[in-house]
Each structure stands twice: as structure tokens, then as C-alpha cells.
Design a protein around this ligand. Structure first.
Ligand code: NAD
Ligand code: 0WE
Length: 264
């Protein structure tokens, strides 16, 4: 029996089979967790329902949810509560800034609108999902998990306003953890190393970033969505019952390095 047997999770953020959320879904299913999914828009619906089916899940439990809409967020839980009498886990694997925010200098690229959109979609949405999902999570050992990136605390060229949004997201994890802890709900983040997903594909110089990680990380490689998924399964299971408000790095050790020398 898997270590998540009897758990029910909602996973937000699958866009393809390379999504970090897909690696998380795979690990959850393997460990015996039942999974409901959301998809951002109709274009992504069939990919999400196919993943759900391939993991042996009930693909009727796939709901549309653009996290910029309170109505769509509320509808997810209204629909899910018709099928499930409770919810143990919410996974938030969503991040977005308008593309032009992620190129060039920080001062040059940042705009009021870019700031607002990136913080709304990438940070506020975690609090919004927690708020709307809370009634279904009462009276169980609940867990909420989000995905962040080290540029929340250390400057990474071109990540720009997304770094500010991830800093806000990580702070949100701590405030949620403190607020929801008395109700038995734990809230954590995984800070993942760079992985080639759809969100990364459009980024100029991303291949260079991956090859830098291969040289500069202690493990001399990048991480896989399977490794992130396994850590997510642990953090959302009762094995991690003493962990909340924490950001756990799954980055092949990259974040510990203060300086890196060229080996050749
Ligand atoms: P991805 O493109 O597969 O996933 C991003 C998801 O965000 C997609 O499913 C997309 O539909 C969703 N999304 C964007 N705007 C949305 C909206 N308005 N409403 C609902 N959903 C929306 O890419 P990914 O790399 O798997 O990203 C998942 C998370 O992991 C993000 O928070 C990202 O910042 C974080 N992360 C990624 C990396 C990396 O290198 N890929 C590293 C660290 C952290
Ligand atoms: O969080 C991310 C990606 C976030 C992201 C990606 C896109 C591409 C498409 C947010 N918004 C958008 N908007 C789009 O239009 N990562 C951690 C991956 C990533 O993105 C970078 C990185 C890394 C690493 C951008 C610049 C520098 C490094």
C-alpha cells in the first residue's frame, strides 16, 4: 500500500506531460492518492484528462480554472464537493508573468501591469485556492504545496518581476502555515532547480541555464520532475507531519554554492 493511500488531492498546474505538476501527479498516484485536476483553458483540457486517465484516475474530476477568476476557483470546489466529501491536499504549480517581463534589465522591463499580473497569477492565487478550498479541508490532516524558485531570494538575470512574485509566494506559505496550522493544515513550498517545461521553453538562453546547472550544482546535473514529484508526495503525506511553513530545495544542491569555478 502506498504512503498516500486514502488521500484525496487537487492538482492545479498541469499543461503537458513535462509539467512539474505531472511529475507530482505521477508520484501521488503511485503512492495511492486519488487525484482531481484543473486545467487553465479548453486548449489544455484534453492533455489534462489524458494524464488523469493514464494514471488510473476518474477523469470526470477535471475542472476548468483560470486562477485570475474568483468565480472559476469557487466553481472548482463547488463541483468537487459534489463528488468528494473532503479534500486532503492542494498542489499549486502555477506561475506566469507577461513574456516581455522576463527579458532584459529589471528596471527596463518592469511595469505596473506586469507587476500586478505576475503577483496575481503567481502569488495571490495560492492564498485564493487555500481560502476557497478550506471548507473541504476541515477535520483532516491537510497539506498545501506550491512551487517556487531560488530567484525569490537570489538575483537571477531575466527572472525580474517573477523573483518578486516568488518572494511574495514564499511569504504567503509562511502566513498560511501560521494561520492554518491550528486546523491541522500544513503549507510548504518546493524550490525546484531549472527544468525544461513549457514555462521554460519560451525563455531566451534557457539551455545555457541548464548547462550551467550541470556544471555548477554539487550533483553535476539538473533535477527531474520525478524527483520533484517524490519530494512533493513526501511533503503532502503524513510522513511530513512535523513540517510546515518550509521551503525545501530540490535543485541538486545548486542553492548552497556561493561561488563556482570553471572546471575546464
Ligand atoms: P508549466 O508551463 O508546465 O506549468 C505552469 C502552469 O501554470 C501551466 O499548467 C499553466 O496552465 C498554469 N497557469 C499559468 N497561468 C495560469 C492561470 N492564469 N490560471 C491557471 N493556471 C495558469 O511549467 P512548470 O515549470 O511545470 O511550472 C510550474 C511551477 O513550477 C511554476 O510555479 C514555476 O514557477 C515553478 N518552477 C518551475 C521551474 C522550472 O525551471 N521549470 C523551476 C522552479 C519552479
Ligand atoms: O518560474 C519559472 C518560469 C515562470 C514563467 C515562464 C513564462 C514563459 C512564458 C512565468 N511566466 C512566463 N510567461 C510566458 O509568457 N521558472 C523557474 C523557469 C525559469 O524562467 C526563467 C528562468 C527560469 C529558471 C526566466 C528567466 C530566467 C530564468
Amino acid at each position: 500500500m502506498g504512503f498516500m493511500a486514502g488521500k484525496r488531492a487537487l492538482i492545479v498546474g498541469v499543461a503537458s506531460n513535462r509539467s512539474i505538476a505531472s511529475g507530482i501527479a505521477e508520484a501521488f498516484a503511485r503512492e495511492g492518492c486519488e487525484i482531481a485536476f484543473t486545467y487553465q483553458n479548453e486548449k489544455l483540457k484534453s492533455r489534462v484528462t489524458k494524464l488523469s486517465e493514464s494514471l488510473g484516475q476518474n477523469s470526470d474530476l477535471c475542472y476548468p480554472c483560470d486562477v485570475s477568476s474568483d468565480e472559476e476557483i469557487d466553481a472548482v470546489f463547488a463541483n468537487l464537493s459534489k463528488e468528494w466529501d473532503g479534500l486532503d491536499i492542494i498542489v499549486h504549480s502555477v506561475g506566469f508573468a507577461p513574456r516581455e517581463q522576463l527579458a532584459g534589465g529589471f528596471v527596463e522591463s518592469i511595469t505596473r501591469e506586469g507587476f500586478q499580473i505576475s503577483h496575481d497569477i503567481s502569488a495571490y492565487s495560492l492564498a485564493a485556492l487555500a481560502k476557497a478550498g478550506l471548507p473541504m479541508m476541515q477535520g483532516r490532516n491537510g497539506a498545501i504545496l506550491t512551487l517556487t524558485y531560488n530567484a525569490a531570494t537570489q538575483v537571477v538575470p531575466n527572472y525580474n518581476v517573477m523573483g518578486l512574485a516568488k518572494a511574495s509566494l514564499e511569504s504567503c506559505v509562511r502566513f498560511l502555515a501560521a494561520d492554518l496550522g491550528p486546523q491541522g493544515i500544513r503549507v510548504n513550498a518546493i524550490s525546484a532547480g531549472a527544468v525544461k517545461t513549457l514555462a521554460a521553453a519560451g525563455i531566451g538562453g534557457f539551455r545555457k541555464m541548464l548547462s550551467y546547472a550541470e556544471k555548477a550544482s554539487p550533483l553535476r546535473r539538473t533535477v527531474t520532475i520525478e524527483e520533484i514529484g517524490n519530494t512533493a508526495a513526501f511533503l503532502c503525506s503524513d510522513l511530513a507531519s512535523g513540517i510546515t511553513g518550509e521551503t525545501t530545495f530540490v535543485d541538486a544542491g545548486s542553492n548552497i554554492m556561493g561561488m563556482v569555478f570553471d572546471e575546464d
